[in-house]
Design a protein around this ligand. Structure first.
Ligand SMILES: C[S@@+](CC[C@H](N)C(=O)[O-])C[C@H]1O[C@@H](n2cnc3c(N)ncnc32)[C@H](O)[C@@H]1O
Length: 393
């Protein structure tokens, strides 16, 4: 395999020659002999930031042991070993022998060979083996698959230790957002359809599935950070053992949403639709906070240490947005104001003015990272639709 060396974060990384993945104007990372997607630098940069804050907060006195179960070139494992203080070692794994050869050369190139333990096996088998045979408490597990993380969720959640962090990427957005109801039923055990706020509904479906899988293992989850970007979702979950906490989580955080076609709006909960129609019930899904506000503030506070990251500006913007969204409400779905406007037969309202007017009325309101056409507010539908109608007059 021809390779080139690139720099990502503090690491130098051998990746397959990108010309293998170009056809005409199109670059498709999946065509590379070993997968490497430059767009995912943002995802990997953020994992450095998150793990740094997590190790300072939850494991300040004991260096943590981690698993990167689907490593590809090993870029994430090598970077975590290089850039996160407090990481004792990380298991890097891929089922593909060509990937494993790249992980080996990348850990040598960056002098982290003693802290990156390399395996070539099925990810579930690796997780199971480490849990049942190594007897080492694992406090960070990263699942970054092609498509859905569902096949790896149970072993990953099982293997992540008490107060450990499990991170999942999902790129099967069509399924999670409700465009493909059969795979959604199969993979995530939900009834779902596409709605205007599908980007957020999909993230809540993913979290709901992971929470229910954790509960089946007598564990509970708390999302420290979860977000949508580019073509994927990413979630970081703090895990706790204990059946009582798992029961409490299921009771308070898992529920349903209702999509009301006539007003083009999805409401959290099983509600009566504003115009009296019978709503479409979606779920089960996560109805709790998408992030932990204290942890978000910590991440934001740590940013000055990470100015070297290539995606620093984008991370800063996302952090600011998530902090303001979390301050607005943690158990509401954002409004797609273009859809609300169309349901009241008017045109797209001025977004900033709508936010200002809601705040003037005593509600909380902000933009949302889910959509440039969305706002998050704790104001009820009647107020939002009233204001939107008023602008057209
Ligand atoms: C999306 S890529 C990983 C990208 C990598 N984490 C990164 O940040 O560049 C998914 C990887 O999973 C590997 N893979 C697929 N199925 C697997 C399995 N069952 N067990 C282990 N690895 C697997 C593929 O060979 C591929 O390298």
């Amino acid at each position: 395999m021809n390779t080139v060396v690139i720099r990502e974060g503090k690491a130098l990384i051998h990746i397959p020659d990108p010309s293998h993945a170009i056809q005409g104007d199109r670059f498709e990372p999946a065509w590379l002999p070993v997968f490497y997607n430059p767009i995912m630098v943002f995802n990997r940069d953020l994992s450095i930031l998150v793990l740094d804050s997590y190790t300072r907060l939850h494991a300040p006195h004991k260096p943590i042991k981690a698993i990167d179960a689907l490593s590809g070139t090993g870029v994430r494992a090598v970077r975590l070993a290089l850039e996160v203080n407090g990481l004792e070692y990380i298991h890097a794994n891929d089922i593909d022998p060509r990937a494993v050869r790249l992980i080996e050369s990348n850990s040598m190139l960056n002098n982290v060979g003693d802290r990156v333990k390399i395996h070539q096996m099925d990810a579930n088998r690796l997780l199971n083996t480490i849990r049942t045979e190594y007897h080492e408490p694992i406090l960070y597990v990263d699942i970054d698959p092609f498509g859905s993380p569902a096949p790896f969720a149970r072993e990953a959640l099982y293997t992540t230790g008490h107060h450990g962090l499990a991170a999942f990427t999902a790129t099967d957005l069509g399924v999670l957002e409700g465009s493909k109801s059969r795979p959604a039923r199969r993979k995530y055990w939900v009834e779902i359809r596409k709605t205007p706020e599908s980007k957020e509904v999909g993230l809540r479906v993913l979290l709901g599935f992971l929470a229910r899988t954790a509960a089946s293992l007598d564990k509970s989850i708390r999302p420290l950070l979860s977000y949508y970007a580019d073509h994927y979702y990413r979630v970081y979950l703090l895990l706790e053992r204990g059946s009582k906490k798992a029961d409490a989580m299921l009771e308070s955080m898992i529920g349903y949403a209702t999509y009301c076609r006539e007003v083009k709006r999805t409401f959290l909960g099983q509600i009566s639709c504003p115009r009296g129609e019978r709503g479409v019930v979606i779920g089960p899904l996560w109805k709790g906070p998408l992030a932990d506000s204290g942890f978000l503030e910590r991440l934001r506070g740590s940013l000055p240490r990470f100015e070297y990251l290539e995606t620093f500006d984008r991370i800063t913007k996302l952090m600011d947005m998530l902090v303001s969204e979390t301050n607005v409400c943690t158990d509401c779905i954002h409004y797609r104001i273009d859809y609300v406007a169309s349901a009241v037969s008017t045109s797209m309202p001025p977004r900033e003015r709508l936010i200002e007017d809601l705040v003037a009325l005593g509600y909380r309101a902000s933009r949302t990272h889910f959509s440039p056409l969305g706002i998050r507010t704790n104001a009820p539908y009647s107020i939002v639709s009233y204001l939107i109608r008023k602008y057209s007059k």
